[in-house]
Every structure is written in C-alpha cells, then in structure tokens.
Design a protein. Sequence first.
Length: 291
Amino acid sequence: MDRIINIHIPKTGGSTMYQVMYKNVDHKRTLLAGSKHATVIPWFTSISQQERNWYTAAFGHIRYGFHRFFTDGTPRYFTFLRHPIERTLSAYSYALEYPRDEHHFRIINQTFVEYASDPSLGQRQTNWLMGYLPTPDNLPTLESYGGKHPLPPDTIEIVKNRLSSEFAFVGILERYDASILLLQDALKWRDVYYMRSNVTKKRLRYSDLKGEEKRAIDALAGPDFEIYDWARARLDAHIESLGEPFQQRLKDYQANNAVYAARLKRYKDLKRRLSPKRIIKRILGRPESNR
C-alpha cells in the first residue's frame, strides 16, 4: 500500500494544494495537519500504532521522517519548494498580518532582515526536508532540525539524495501549473483543477526593501538556495525533455483551469450571499459590517 505524505512548507502553495488533494484521496483516512498542526501532530503520535496505520495519507505542516510513525506501507513523499527570499518575504508578511499565525507575537517587532537571519524562521525549507531526528534505533521522534538541532555539514548532499530517491515528486511554486500536471502523473490523480487560496494580501516584496536590506538578504548564505536551484534545474530539465506535447497540455490545462476557478468563485460568492446568517441580517436591517 502506498501512503502519500505531503510536506507543506509554509508559503509554498499548500493551501491551494489541499483543494487538489481532497479530490484525489480518501478524506476519512487522511490526516490533515494544517493550521492546527501544533495539536494534530502530538495527538496523532499519542494514538495506538494500529490507529496510526489506518491512515493512508498525511498532508500539511509535517516534516520528512513522518513515515516512521507508520509500520507498514510505502511512503510516497511530495513537496513544493519556493525561491528562499520570496518564501521568506511571504512568510514574514503573513505572520505580521495575521495574529493567529504561530509566530505573530514573536516577530511583530522584528525587521525583515532579523526574521530572515533567524535559522528557525527565515531560510528553513532545508529544515523541513531534513525533518524529524530519529533515535539511534531509527524510531520516530518530533525533535526537528533547526534551533537547538543545527543542520549537519553534509545537509545538502543528504537532501538532494533524499529528494531524488525517496520523493515521488518535488514541485516548484514558480512553475506551479507545470508542477501540478507532473504531480498528477506521478500520483495518478484524476482532477487537479484549483482556485488560488490563502494569498497574503499585504505582501512585502523584494522591490520594497531598502538597499542595505537587499545587500543583507543577498549575503545570507544557506543550503536553501543551493537546494532550490538544484530542484528547479532538475524540474526544468524534465519539462524540457517532454517537449511540445507537454507544453500544449499545459496551455490547455491553464485555459480550462481559468474557467474552473472563475465558476468556483461565482459559486462561492453566491453561496456566501445566500447564507442564512446574511439573509437574517438583511431582514432585520442590520449592516453586515456591524458584528
């Protein structure tokens, strides 16, 4: 039995991916560790082994090594990476905008350079791919790389080998639609249409940074950059090898997905306008802004 495990690194398109996932897996047997991962994951590790093995998929803010919590099946990991600076800019902006973010109060008085320089907050895609530390007997733990567990010297080689041999697919956010189609092929999924979700509204952009901030960010050396560049080059080479037939398939998919997204948006807008709560407010003459 294959067990699909998604490593949703924050701000790499995971919320949009959930839409695709829900149409292609058994909901009841899928562990979803999204915004409530801080409680969901400890709960999952506390239940019996038989109960854990019942799940056939796990999606969300989990790290490599999660497969150790299962004792059967073949893990099929997949993840999406994003340019380290763009991902960090987006994560920083999101944490500032939304108090519900786990890092909001920790970073509210930090500059972006301070945030990006923190190995547990900024360039941390590599931390997620190195994942949870096993015990000497290869038993599962939730102790993870980053912070008090620094990355080993051979991190880049470990992650590259891992992504090559243990992951069913590695996508790139900047090539999202092409990645979605290749993920569909890798996992034999049926429906991969989507509408973008959880987009940060007030996003800090690289062009917004001052000169000294850009120099400080550009000088940040870390494995995230090398791993991202390697993974993107690998994906681009794969896409190029597929030639014109794939490019035509991509164009058709993008056109069809635009229609799908527009229809889904109209449906959601109509559903929201016709919600009982809104109708009652109109009948009672209460402005919707007064809550």
